[in-house]
Every structure is written in C-alpha cells, then in structure tokens.
Design a protein around this ligand. Structure first.
Ligand code: MG
Length: 387
C-alpha cells in the first residue's frame, strides 16, 4: 500500500448571495477574512494534507485572487454550471498532480471553520472504507409543511445531517463522478453510495456550520470572536547615524543632516514593528525572513518586510488589532510627522488610524541615543487568531 497522499478540493464555484450583495458568500469578509481563505489556510496547516485546489466560477476568478491576497492554492480550476460538474472538473485536475494523490477531501467553501480533528477522523476512516462523511444528529422536532402549514411529523431517530469535508479514496470517487455525471446529487457521498462505495460516518460538528443566510453570517462572526486568542509581540531595533540628508521612519522621509546606516532603507521604526508582529505569531524575527547577507534587500523599502509579516498573520487566520511604536532619539523631532506615519501604516496593516499609535521620546541626553549616535525604536503588536 503506497503512502497516503491527500489532496483537498475546495468548492468555491457557487453563486449563492442569499444574504445580499453581489458577492458570493464564500468571498465576503467575515471577521476580516473570506471563508475561502480560511478554508485554504486550515487545509494548509493540516500536516497530512499535501496539496490544495480551489474550484471557482470563471467570473469569480479575479475576486478569488483578490481575497486570497498572497495566499495561493496548488491549483485553481474553473467550475461548471452545477456543483457536480465543478467537482468532476476538480477531480480531473487532480489527475495531473504528481505524485498522484491517493485520497481527496471535498469541501464546500461556505463552511469556513474546519476543526483539525474532523480531518483526522475522516482520514483514519479511509483506512478501512472508500469514503467518510461527518454527520450530526438533528435535535429539533422535524416536520413536513405544505404551503407554510404543518403537514406531518418526521421521526428524527436515525436522521442525521451530512456535512463537509467529505473524504474519499481518490480512484473510486473519480470513477463514480465520471460514471454518474448525469445523475445530479447534492453532495459527493450520494454519488459514492450510488457507485456502491463503502461509506463510514464520523462525528460531525456544529462548528462546520454552513454559511447560507445573513443569520449564519452573524452566528459565524460571533463564533470567530468568541474563540479568539490574543497574541502579543514586541520588537526592538537600533540604527546608527551616518552620512545622508534624511531618515526614513515608518515609511516617511524626514529631512535631517544625517541618515541612518543599514542594509535596507534603515527604517528602524518599521523594523521594530515588523519584529513585534513576527514575535506575536511565533515567526522569529526580521533577519530570519530577510537575511542582511542577501544582496537583494540592499536599499529595499522596509514596507516589503512589514507587508510580509502582515501576510503571515493572515496565513494563520489572524487579525492585527493594534500596534504601538515608540521612537527614541534627541533629534530629529518626530511629532510633526507622526500623523503621516500612522497614515502610511494604515493600508499596510489594514487598521484604522486610532489603532496605530506612534510616539517619540528623548533619552534625556543619556546613552547612545542621548549622544545622537543613532535612533532606537520599540514596538508592540496585538493579534487575534481564531481557533
Ligand atoms: Mg533594523
């Protein structure tokens, strides 16, 4: 038996806009991130999943790339007129992957939360079965209705709701989709049953909640906020004065009779801020991501470093809530520029002005900053991640 190679297929080709707006729900921001991006990140973070593909409608391709920003799946494939056609397109695209995946998870992007243990249990089930699906019991009393009136009761014993991700051995589910492409079903487990595959039920979760209506959006927003974990990080940096006619602090050039020495643009404040963000998410420090030994960062704008740190936050499904920067020097005077610095940081951090604080202090002519040999900067950042 070859080693298990698992790929995940994210179905994002739907056009559901039931809660308003022109944007399909999988691309709308919920607590700062689009569902499709959360799902991509969740699969990426699972150690047993080696590749991720997204199926998207041709007209939403630009929108998808927009909400993913720098995150990218291993492949993107165009969907079809119906979900089942879209899944088949995705499965056919997987046949081109090398090495060929042995197993596939098929997931609807409208379910933005995927607890890792759900994936664990599905993959364990595939050792003995062709397919596995998470299910939850229904606790409400079920009825049929006719024209808005009660018609009859449905016994809820033995009734479960099927969720996604649904997991399959790759070859049999591909064969089932090819064989039954003209038998429309609402999920892939239905096709698996039709093809006679063995299906195992695993424990589903209310957390796999499907985004359908405006109320679902409100519920998911509350879930994200109630499961938020705050992380904080600090950063500190120093650059020495050298020849020059300006210093760059938080992206703003400030005229001065000296410059700051450094490999990049020596933006000491932005470096401290970048380190604070990297510190909060356990991503080391700026030097590990952009080694000073690498010639390509010579003279680079430090906004490149900060943007990278912000992207790493999003890759962890995180959200920066505020930053605070302190610049320590006798001269130049910082306060006339602090407003412009905050404005320069706003688009990079995706924060409003009142969540970005810039302050400056002297060190009372003590120490290296007091002797005006250089500028020091400290920063802190608070980041929320949703589990
Ligand atoms: Mg530095």
């Amino acid at each position: 038996m070859p080693e298990k190679i698992v790929t995940a297929l994210i179905m994002a080709a739907g056009s559901g806009t039931r809660f308003g707006g022109d944007t399909p729900k999988q691309f709308q921001l919920i607590a700062g991130l689009a569902p499709v991006r959360r799902v991509l990140n969740s699969f990426r973070q699972h150690p047993q999943i080696s590749s991720v593909g997204i199926v998207v409608a041709q007209q939403d391709l630009a929108l998808l790339k927009d909400v993913l920003e720098t995150d990218a799946p291993d492949f993107i494939i165009e969907g079809g007129a119906a979900r089942q056609i879209s899944v088949l397109n995705g499965l056919e695209a997987i046949t081109a992957l090398k090495p060929l995946p042995t197993h596939v998870l098929i997931h609807d992007a409208a379910r933005p939360i995927i607890p890792a243990n759900i994936i664990d249990e599905l993959l364990i089930a595939l050792k003995d079965h062709d397919a596995a699906v998470p299910v939850i019991p229904l606790w409400d009393t079920l009825s049929t209705t006719i024209d808005g009136n009660l018609a009859g009761d449905i016994p809820r014993d033995g009734v479960v709701a099927r969720q996604t991700p649904q997991a399959f051995r790759f070859a049999p589910i591909l064969a089932a989709h090819r064989e039954f492409k003209n038998s429309p079903k609402t999920d892939d487990i239905s096709l698996a049953k039709l093809a006679g595959l063995s299906v195992h039920l695993t424990q589903g979760s209310p957390l796999l909640h499907k985004l359908t209506t405006e109320d679902d959006k409100a519920l998911l927003e509350r879930l994200f906020h109630s499961s938020a974990i705050p992380l904080s990080g600090t950063g500190y940096d120093v650059h020495r004065f050298g020849p020059g006619d300006k210093v760059t602090l938080c992206g703003i050039p400030i005229p001065y009779h000296q410059g700051l020495e450094g490999h990049s643009d020596a933006d000491v404040a932005m470096h401290a801020l970048t380190d604070a963000i990297l510190g909060a998410i356990g991503e080391g420090d700026i030097g590990q991501h952009f080694p000073p030994s690498d010639a390509k960062w010579k003279g680079a704008a430090s906004s490149i470093f900060l943007k990278h740190a912000v992207e790493l936050v999003k890759r962890q499904n995180g959200h920066i809530t505020n930053v605070d920067v302190t610049i320590v020097c006798e001269r130049p005077k910082i306060s006339p520029y602090s407003g412009a610095m905050r404005e320069a940081l706003m688009p990079i951090l995706g924060l409003p002005k009142n969540r970005i604080n810039i302050k400056a202090t002297t060190s009372e002519k003590l120490g290296f900053t007091g002797r005006s040999e250089g500028i020091a900067a400290m920063a802190s950042a608070t980041i929320i991640v949703w589990q």
